[in-house]
Design a protein around this ligand. Structure first.
Ligand code: PEP
Ligand code: MG
Length: 363
């Protein structure tokens, strides 16, 4: 267990004495996880798996899988990725010990995975036993005008359930491996970009079925949680139905802000300053004071979700999870934890302690 040392360590000790909301971290690699532990993180609230798929030893298989026309070829490619993915999770779990780890199923804008170079397209065509023209046509079919609102998150799981199955298997097999080592991890599987309970249950059932298969094959069962991100306004509006079929919600305020305000998270920087200068745009996307922003959707989802499932765990993993004012606000709303980048963990903890002293919980 790494310890914070010196005056800073002593100060954080006081902070922890008054704080009851947990502070986790967003970490995708063992290195991030190690650093976050040094800063006092109490778990991982978001492990994004997208970057793992770009690694040199697997991107070719990923492209093959996306371009393949038949299930068998896709399965073959995924079978090659599975042991690497399992190893990714095993390393992270081992480092985190028995602290909670939320692994998010793949959520890329699909176009980022498409091959570009002629040479790679030729090799892929050969490997897939397809004409180069066929592969190019397939790439064109998969191109999107607006990828951030396209083939992302659980839509990918609906289109390619075998990806969700492979990841669920890797998550559970890695956890079973840890249990054999004496580390009793309870993995948290997070399905991204849900917009309602029906599409979520489609992917959830695939995931559950695969996990049951793993348990049967290994002759051993472990506990796990299955939850989703709330990052599309419709998900917040239908949170009662979603709450009924999930163990936890994690608010994805990066996408939720983008979709609530109708502004691109990647382009907002180009016009936001102008709006701020002219004082015609909200400085605070949560609009905490008048409840007309993201905060309204968060509170709606918390209320509806908790009513449907009183045991629902609640967290946030968007960038706002490390903003002191947001942390304080979310404490009042009743979230169990915030998750932020490793360097923001101490400040989030401080804000959580101040909130506990200054503001009683709203709910
Ligand atoms: C979010 O949308 O807030 C989130 C955490 O997910 P990502 O940034 O990966 O879209
Ligand atoms: Mg998101």
């Amino acid at each position: 267990n790494p310890k914070l040392e010196g005056d800073f360590g002593e100060f954080m000790g006081w902070v922890d004495k008054y704080r009851d909301m947990k502070v986790r971290t967003n970490a995708d690699t063992p290195n991030d996880a190690k650093q976050a532990l040094e800063f006092g993180a109490e778990g991982i609230g978001l492990c994004r798996t997208e970057h793992m798929f770009f690694k040199a030893d697997r991107i070719f298989q990923v492209r093959k899988m996306i371009l393949a026309h038949n299930k068998e070829t896709r399965k073959e490619a995924l079978d090659k990725i599975l042991p690497m993915q399992e190893d990714d999770f095993y390393k992270i779990y081992s480092l985190m010990g028995e602290r909670p780890v939320t692994v998010r199923l793949l959520d890329p804008p699909l176009h980022e995975f498409l091959p570009r170079g002629q040479e790679e397209i030729r090799t892929l065509a050969e490997d897939l036993n397809m004409e180069i023209a066929q592969v190019k046509k397939r790439i064109l079919d998969l191109e999107e005008v607006n990828p951030m609102l396209g083939f992302r998150g659980l839509r990918l799981g609906v289109r390619y359930p075998e990806i969700s199955r492979m990841q669920a298997r890797a998550i559970i097999q890695a956890a079973l491996h840890c249990h054999e080592d004496g580390i009793k991890v309870i993995p948290e599987i997070m399905i991204p970009l849900s917009s309602d309970a029906k599409e979520l249950s489609y992917v959830k059932e695939e995931v559950k079925d695969e996990i049951e298969k793993v348990f049967e094959e290994k002759g051993k069962k472990i506990d796990y949680l299955l939850g989703t991100m709330i990052e599309i306004p419709r998900a917040a509006i239908t949170a009662d139905e979603i709450g009924e079929i999930t163990d936890f919600f994690s608010f994805g305020t990066n996408d939720l802000t983008q979709m609530t305000f109708g502004l691109s998270r990647d382009d907002a920087g180009k016009f936001l300053d102008l709006y701020l200068d002219k004082d015609i745009f909200a400085k605070d996307p949560f609009q905490v004071l008048d409840q007309k922003g993201v905060g309204f959707l968060v509170e709606t989802a918390v209320e509806k979700g908790k009513k449907a499932n009183p045991n629902l765990h609640l967290g946030i993993c968007g960038e706002h999870g490390g903003e002191p004012t947001t942390v304080k606000y979310l404490y009042g709303v009743g979230l169990d934890y915030v998750s932020c980048s490793p360097f923001r963990v101490p400040i989030a903890k401080l804000a959580a302690a101040q909130a506990a002293i200054e503001n009683p919980r709203k709910k």
